[in-house]
Design a protein around this ligand. Structure first.
Ligand SMILES: [Cu+2]
Length: 82
């Protein structure tokens, strides 16, 4: 139940952001959003996976590598059940 509502929340958040379609999620605001969503995950294994992927995504963002950033972002989303 909780997982379902979390996924619905994430989808709602993503749908509200036009930037999502433009694949422009490599920004501090979204990273913060991701941190918050991952913190609410109930599956410890998936949470770890999402955190690791997001860390790599953040590192790529800092390095200015948007392709890498998006690649790991998608991995994080997948771990989150998106
Ligand atoms: Cu994201």
């Amino acid at each position: 139940m909780l997982k379902t509502s979390l996924a619905a929340t994430i989808l709602a958040v993503m749908a509200m952001s036009p930037a999502y379609a433009a694949k422009d999620l490599c920004n501090d605001a979204h990273m913060q959003q991701m941190d918050g969503m991952i913190a609410k995950m109930t599956d410890a294994g998936k949470q770890k996976e999402a955190t690791a992927a997001l860390d790599q995504s953040k590192a790529a963002m800092k390095a200015g590598n948007k392709d890498e950033c998006m690649k790991y972002m998608m991995e994080a989303h997948k771990a989150m059940g998106l």
